[in-house]
Design a binder for this molecule. Structure first.
Ligand code: CP
Length: 311
């Protein structure tokens, strides 16, 4: 693997999932693979899981890790040819080349503006790092995708399914703030590549990009969609059509024990209790969110391992 900026960078998904599960059983098997190699992690936005699990993954492979909260550094300019006489102090062209001298792999977290759809869809932060850096790039959640989370989700479903083809439902939930579509986008793309029966449910107006959903079943009736579900992945996202807007805060969409039935409950975390999902679900045996968060380490580790093997 040369980069991991999108799910399609995985050449053999079932093999990658299998190898992640093997790494989970024996995390230090390749502890010398990353010796004298450095992962630089750049955060334009906050993180708990991605930051810690990716650092742990890199260290399990013997890598050194350096972390920069980019807001503590110089304000970066991403436009080409601009006269930099305003608030931007350093151009991405220079910064990416400089960081590449300190890093063997660069991982980037940069959320969308949720104001400018075209700019967000251009993935200008991630793609400028890809363009100007001279080392592999890993996406730690970009404007439109969270492929490390989706890989952890795929590992989780693979480990916990009791059926050859489980029914998986992605269910929108209310949230007071406008959140990106990155997690649901990548979850949908990932489930399309697994042997699952996928349904998406959300209120009208919350349709994800058709480039993502393709032929996936969308049912605006949550109760119908949840029928006979084996896994229910609950997530808020802001409107894609009415870009970045919060169109509904209808609390009837919150996940409850009664609605969940016998399904396993999934969420990427962080989660707002009793807004997205009631305590009774999160605190029950049916919740696999902690298991999912643990799998973030092995998702990152299998990706870093595949990248290190190409260096
Ligand atoms: N799920 C996830 O990406 O968590 P963090 O935002 O805490 O990294």
């Amino acid at each position: 693997m040369k980069n991991y900026t999108k799910i399609k960078d995985i050449s053999n998904l079932s093999e990658t999932i299998k190898n992640a599960i093997l790494l989970k059983m024996n995390p230090f098997e390749f502890q010398d693979l990353g010796k004298h190699k450095t992962l630089v992690m750049l955060f334009f936005n906050s993180s708990l899981r991605t930051r810690l699990s990716t650092e742990k993954a890199a260290k399990n492979l013997g890598m050194d890790v350096m972390i920069l909260n980019v807001n503590d550094a110089w304000n970066l300019e991403f436009e080409d040819g601009t006269i930099m006489n305003m608030d931007k102090s350093e151009h991405i062209k220079d910064a990416a080349q400089v960081i590449s001298q300190y890093a063997d792999v660069i991982a980037v977290r940069a959320f969308p503006t949720l104001q400018d759809k075209a700019k967000d869809e251009s993935e200008y932060v991630l793609n400028n790092f890809k363009k100007y850096a001279t080392v592999p790039i890993v996406n730690m959640e970009s404007a439109t995708a969270h492929p490390l989370q989706a890989l952890a989700d795929a590992i989780t479903v693979t480990e916990l399914t009791e059926k050859a083809k489980p029914k998986v439902v992605l269910s929108w939930a209310p949230h007071p703030k406008a959140l990106p579509q990155a997690v649901p986008n990548s979850f949908v793309e990932m489930m399309q590549d697994l042997e699952v029966d996928l349904t998406i449910t959300h209120p009208e107006g919350y349709e994800l990009s058709e480039e993502i959903t393709k032929n996936t079943v969308v049912n605006h009736n949550q109760e119908e969609a949840l029928k006979d579900a084996d896994f229910v992945y609950v997530k808020n996202w802001s409107s894609y059509r009415d870009y970045g807007k919060v169109l509904s805060q209808d609390e009837n969409w919150m996940m409850t024990k009664a609605k969940l039935g016998h399904a396993k409950f999934m969420h990427c975390l962080p989660v707002r209790r009793n807004v997205i999902v009631e305590d009774a679900v999160l605190d029950s045996e049916q919740s696999v969110v902690i298991h999912q968060a643990n799998n973030r380490t092995y998702a990152a580790q299998v990706v870093l391992k595949e990248i290190l093997e190409t260096l």
